[in-house]
Structures are given as C-alpha cells and as structure tokens.
Design a protein around this ligand. Structure first.
Ligand SMILES: NC(=O)C1=CN([C@@H]2O[C@H](COP(=O)(O)OP(=O)(O)OC[C@H]3O[C@@H](n4cnc5c(N)ncnc54)[C@H](OP(=O)(O)O)[C@@H]3O)[C@@H](O)[C@H]2O)C=CC1
Ligand SMILES: O=C(O)C1=N[C@H](C(=O)O)C[C@H](O)C1
Length: 257
C-alpha cells in the first residue's frame, strides 16, 4: 500500500484527498501537514503534524495542494535538509524564486508538477499547441473563471495554456502576455497573448482559449464540474511517480500523452 502524505490537508482539495484515499485499494493516507487545526476525522495511525520534515519522513509520497509559502517549505526540506521523498505538486501562484527552487529540488527527488491535474486540461494543452502553430495569424486570448475564494491570478492553468501557445509560436510569454486592459490602450498588437481572470460564486474551474481571425474564430473550452477531478488525478499520478528517478515530470509523462 502506497503511504501518502498531504500538504494543504484542511483546504478545499486537501479534504477531498482525505476522502478519496479512504476508498483507494492501492494507496492510503499516512500523514497530513496541518498549518492550524485538522477538523476532519482521520484514522488513528495517520501522522498529524505541523512539521514538514516529520510528515515527509512518515510517508512514501507527498501530494501538495496548499499555498506557495507552504510548498517552498516542502522544497526547502529537500534542497537544504536532505529529505528525499517524491513530490506531486499542484499548488499555483509561485514566484520566480519558488519556481527555481522547484527545479533545484527535482535534481534530488522525482517531482511531478502540474497546474491542473485533470486529463481534459492535459489534452487541451496539446490542442492549444497545435492550434497556435497552425493558425499562426489568429489572435490568442485566454479567459479563466474560478470561484470567489481563489487567491492567485491568472490561474496556473491559464498560464500553462499561454506558455503552450507562446512556445508554439517561438514567443517569450513574459514579453507578450497582457493580463489587463483599461483606458486608451491602442490597437491590439499581433503577438500579444491575452490572459484574463474572472472570479465569482463556486465555479470549480473553467478555461477558454480563443483563436480569433477575420471571418472566423475557434474557442476551446474546458470546464471542471467537480473538484475531486483534481484530487483523483493527483492520486493517480502519485502512484506513477513513486519509483521514478529524480527529475521534473509533467502530467503528460504520467498519462503517456
Ligand atoms: N493543480 C491542480 O489541479 C489544482 C491546483 N489547485 C491549487 O492548489 C492550491 C490549494 O487550493 P485550495 O485547496 O482550493 O485552497 P485552500 O485555500 O482551500 O487550501 C489551502 C491549504 O493550504 C494550507 N496553507 C495555507 N498557507 C499555509 C502555510 N503557510 N503553511 C502550511 N499550509 C498552509 C491551508 O491551511 P489552513 O486551512 O490552515 O489555512 C489549506 O490547508 C491553490 O494554489 C490552487 O490554485 C487547486 C485545484 C486544482
Ligand atoms: O484554485 C483553484 O481552484 C484551481 N487552481 C488551479 C489553477 O490555478 O489553475 C487549477 C484549477 O483550475 C482550480
């Protein structure tokens, strides 16, 4: 039985991970990191701790849906404190420093990082690469919609979709991304990639990649209708990751896409 540890165990996705692991025949909950207090009941043999190193040493693999500072603490245990455990990282909104730390840690332990753990978005990324390259004259605009509690913007998924679009056109995303328009902004430039955010209600996650030209346009939509799409996806890739060599893996590696 694969022993799973959760970082972000009290969160929207973390609580679903606890439920999903109760019904899994190959993986079980072995430890949870709690920042404050765990309201949910867990079996008595589960390690409940606010110490990241203790959690990591109690499990076979970590699944992280938390906050950038918490993921940074996790990665620091690998890079500075010699802890060696495979990590599935789903948290979004990292700074450049945190992104670099993730790359450094992946030289020491296997890490699968994905801004979206759904199969649908994994396929959408591939469709976006194909469409952006083939429809090279079309303007690309991405819109993401999420629930009112989401704290980072644009979503990690929207940024990953934008990266696929930019790479397909040999563009540097940081130079061409536009994430707000207001006032006398002038006409749209050819290469810019718009990435816009809407927040409201209980929307689990919706991403639209539009490619617009004179006389026609294509819009590719993905909608997550249940949040456990992400928790179940993360457990699936954790099983795949656990015996891999240190490296930075994508969800496409795990799903064979
Ligand atoms: N890749 C994917 O498929 C998906 C990624 N996400 C991402 O996962 C992350 C979590 O999402 P969600 O569950 O909705 O968020 P929540 O805000 O519901 O949960 C965040 C969790 O992180 C914990 N946390 C916050 N700060 C710290 C800290 N400093 N140290 C330790 N733990 C901390 C919280 O603990 P406490 O409750 O005590 O504050 C809580 O358990 C977000 O970055 C989100 O974008 C979300 C869905 C899918
Ligand atoms: O915070 C969320 O809820 C989600 N976050 C991820 C992101 O930032 O892309 C994935 C999903 O869309 C839900």
């Amino acid at each position: 039985m694969l022993k799973v540890g959760i970082v972000g165990s009290t969160g929207r996705v973390g609580t679903l991970l606890i439920d999903d692991l109760k019904n899994d025949s190959e993986a079980k909950l072995a430890g949870v990191h709690v920042f404050d207090k765990l309201e949910k009941d867990v079996p008595s043999d589960v390690v409940v701790t606010n110490d990241m190193k203790t959690l990591m040493e109690s499990v076979d693999v970590i699944i992280d849906f938390s906050a950038p500072v918490a993921t940074e603490e996790l990665l620091t245990q690998v890079v500075e404190n010699g802890v060696r455990k495979p990590l599935v990282i789903a948290t979004t909104g990292f700074s450049k420093h945190q992104q670099n730390l993730l790359v450094e840690a992946s030289k020491l332990v296997p890490i699968l990082y994905s801004t979206n753990m759904s199969l649908g978005v994994a396929v959408l990324n591939k469709l976006v690469s194909l469409a952006s390259k083939t429809l090279s004259d079309f303007d690309i605009e991405i819109v993401e919609q999420h629930h009112r509690y989401k704290v980072d913007s644009p979503s990690g998924t929207a940024l990953t979709l934008a990266e696929h679009a930019a790479r397909a056109r040999d563009l540097d995303l940081d130079s061409v991304r536009v994430s707000g328009r207001d006032g006398d902004i002038g006409a749209r430039t050819k290469d810019e990639i718009g990435v816009m955010s809407l927040r409201g209600g209980d929307i689990v996650g919706r991403h639209t990649v539009g490619l617009y030209n004179d006389g026609e346009f294509i819009e590719l939509h993905h909608t997550a209708t249940a949040r456990n799409t992400f928790s179940k996806g993360a457990i699936k890739v954790a099983k795949w990751l656990v015996n891999k060599e240190p490296s930075l893996y994508s969800i496409n590696d795990a799903l064979g896409l």
